[in-house]
Write a protein that binds this ligand. Structure first.
Ligand code: C2E
Ligand code: CA
Ligand code: CA
Ligand code: CA
Length: 278
C-alpha cells in the first residue's frame, strides 16, 4: 500500500514536471512564434438573427508549434499574459486583421471583424494610437473593427481600462463584453463602460435546447440586456434547435459550429458565397 502510494505520488510529480516543462517551452518559443510565421488568424462568422446574413466575424488566434503541434489559445494566451508576450501577440494580431480586412475589401467582401483583447491590452495607453495608424495604412473605417473583452480583463484595473475603452469608442469601434455570465460584475457596473454588446458565454448556450435552467438564464439575460439598450450575441450555437430558440428569444447575433467553425482567412470568401441566409 505504502509502496503503491509512493509510486502514484512519483508519477504525479513526473506529470507535474512534464507540465511545467511544457509551459516553459511554450513561454520560450512564443517569443519567436511571430517572426517564425507560426501564428495565423482563424475567422468565425456571426449571423445576424434578424436578416439571417453574415457581415461580421470573430478573429481567433492559432499557433502551430514546430515540434508540439497545434496549441489551443486557451493554453498559450494565458501563458502569454503571464510572461509578458501578450502585447507583442496583440500587436501582430491587430496588424494581421487590418491587412486582412483590406484584402477582403479589394476582393469585394465588406466585412467587419471582432478581435479579442486581454487585460494588458486594455490598459495600454498606446492602443488607440497604434490602431489609428493601422486604419490609415489599410484605409479602413474604424467601425469595421470591434473589440471583445471579458469582465475580468476590464475590472482588473477599471479606471485605466475605462479610459482606453472610451478612446476606442470615440474612434468608432464598438465594444462587447465576452463570456458574459461567468464573471461577478453586475449589468449596472457593465453599463458604466462604453459597451454596446454582450456575448452570452457558451456554457449557457451549448445545451439550451435541453436544459431548462440554461434557457431561463439566457432568456432573462436577453431581456435585461435589451432593456439596457445592448445587443445580445450567443456563442456556442451547435444545432438548429438552439439557433431557432435563440432567434425566438430575440437574440441579435448567433455564432457557433452549427453555422461555421473558425476557418482560415482564404476560405471565408468561398464560404460566404455558398452560405444561404438562415
Ligand atoms: P472566446 O473569445 O470565448 O472564443 C470562443 C471560443 O469558442 C473559440 O475557441 C471558438 O473556436 C469556440 N467556439 C465557437 N463556436 C463554438 C461552438 O459552437 N461550440 C464550442 N464548443 N465551441 C465553439 P478558441 O478559438 O479555441 O479560443 C479560445 C479562447 O482563446 C477565446 O475564447 C479567447 O478567450 C482566447 N483567444 C483566442 N484568440 C485570441 C486573441 O487573438 N487574443 C486574445 N487575447 N485571446 C484570444
Ligand atoms: Ca471572444
Ligand atoms: Ca466567449
Ligand atoms: Ca473565453
Amino acid at each position: 500500500m505504502a509502496r503503491r502510494h509512493r509510486y502514484t505520488h512519483q508519477r504525479y510529480l513526473e506529470g507535474q514536471d512534464e507540465h511545467h516543462l511544457r509551459q516553459l517551452t511554450l513561454i520560450r518559443d512564443l517569443q519567436d512564434a511571430v517572426s517564425n510565421g507560426e501564428l495565423w488568424m482563424a475567422y468565425q462568422p456571426k449571423v445576424n438573427a434578424m436578416t439571417g446574413r453574415v457581415n461580421q466575424c470573430e478573429a481567433l488566434m492559432r499557433w502551430r508549434h514546430p515540434s508540439l503541434g497545434f496549441i489551443p489559445p486557451d493554453e498559450f494566451i494565458g501563458l502569454a499574459e503571464r510572461s509578458g508576450s501578450i502585447r507583442m501577440l496583440s500587436q501582430w494580431m491587430l496588424a494581421n486583421v487590418c491587412a486582412q480586412l483590406h484584402a477582403w475589401k479589394q476582393q469585394g467582401y465588406h466585412l467587419s471583424v471582432a478581435v479579442n483583447l486581454s487585460a494588458s491590452d486594455v490598459v495600454d495607453r498606446q492602443l488607440s494610437v497604434h490602431l489609428t495608424s493601422l486604419f490609415e495604412r489599410y484605409q479602413l473605417n474604424p467601425a469595421q473593427l470591434s473589440i471583445e473583452v471579458t469582465e475580468s480583463a476590464v475590472m482588473h484595473d477599471v479606471d485605466a481600462a475605462m479610459s482606453t475603452l472610451l478612446e476606442l469608442n470615440q474612434l468608432g469601434l464598438s465594444i462587447a463584453i465576452d463570456d458574459y455570465g461567468t464573471g461577478y460584475s453586475s449589468l449596472a457596473q457593465i453599463k458604466r463602460l462604453p459597451v454596446s454588446e454582450l456575448k452570452i458565454d457558451k456554457s449557457f448556450v451549448l445545451a439550451i435546447d435541453s436544459q431548462k435552467d440554461d434557457l431561463t438564464i439566457v432568456r432573462s439575460t436577453i431581456e435585461m440586456g435589451h432593456s439596457l439598450g445592448l445587443r445580445l450575441v450567443a456563442e456556442g450555437v451547435e444545432n438548429r434547435a438552439s439557433a431557432e430558440l435563440l432567434s425566438k428569444l430575440g437574440c441579435d447575433f448567433l455564432q457557433g459550429y452549427w453555422i461555421a467553425k473558425p476557418m482560415p482567412a482564404d476560405e471565408l470568401p468561398g464560404w460566404l458565397d455558398n452560405f444561404t441566409p438562415l
